[in-house]
Design a protein around this ligand. Structure first.
Ligand SMILES: Cc1cc2nc3c(=O)[nH]c(=O)nc-3n(C[C@H](O)[C@H](O)[C@H](O)COP(=O)(O)OP(=O)(O)OC[C@H]3O[C@@H](n4cnc5c(N)ncnc54)[C@H](O)[C@@H]3O)c2cc1C
Length: 147
């Protein structure tokens, strides 16, 4: 039996969840995202501009949905940066040093991460995942999904 699922929010988490459910093979998923298609949105939103580090559980989630190759090409390698005062300066000046990190993390703008995550279900799970952009959900009805 196919189970119908509505996911409200097509950010990093909603898109990851859609891919994770789709690979189970028994869900029909609709993702409702009020903003526009990530491929049409600007890489950096001046009102909401930040990079996200994908380490630890984020890397495990990426492995789980099989997106690490796409992250390798679409994002940059994570390098931990430690903010530390330079001891050789009289005045307290702040410098950045690289913090040793043994894991295989990635860093990217939210937009770049979302574009990787949006391309993934479109290529692998187009039969079971529908991405609905410009769709703000206000009510989720068990029968008809969002309106
Ligand atoms: C400055 C800053 C730095 C950060 N750095 C990191 C970091 O390094 N690592 C990390 O893991 N996290 C970081 N975060 C947290 C980061 O925001 C989240 O990890 C990530 O964006 C969470 O993804 P999400 O999909 O849960 O939420 P969001 O990115 O907020 O996406 C939710 C989406 O749902 C949509 N939405 C909401 N309500 C509705 C509705 N009713 N109908 C339709 N669509 C809806 C929104 O438009 C939005 O696009 C940072 C946050 C900030 C502000």
């Amino acid at each position: 039996m196919t189970i119908s699922v509505a996911i409200v929010g097509g950010g990093p988490v909603g898109l990851t969840l859609a891919a994770a459910l789709a690979q189970q093979g028994r869900f029909e998923i609709a993702v409702y995202q009020r903003a526009e298609d990530h491929f049409r949105a600007e890489t950096y939103n001046p009102d909401r501009c930040y990079t996200i580090d994908i380490t630890g559980h984020g890397v495990r989630a990426a492995r789980f949905i099989g997106i690490t190759d796409r992250f390798d090409t679409g994002l940059i390698h994570f390098k931990g940066l430690k903010i530390a005062p330079h001891p050789w300066h009289r005045r307290l000046e702040v410098g950045f040093t690289e913090e040793p990190y043994q894991g295989k993390g990635r860093t990217g703008s939210r937009g770049d991460i979302c574009r990787c995550l949006q391309a993934h279900p479109l290529e692998r799970h187009a039969d079971s995942v529908a991405l609905r952009f410009g769709a703000e959900a206000s009510i989720v009805d068990r029968g008809t999904h969002a309106s």
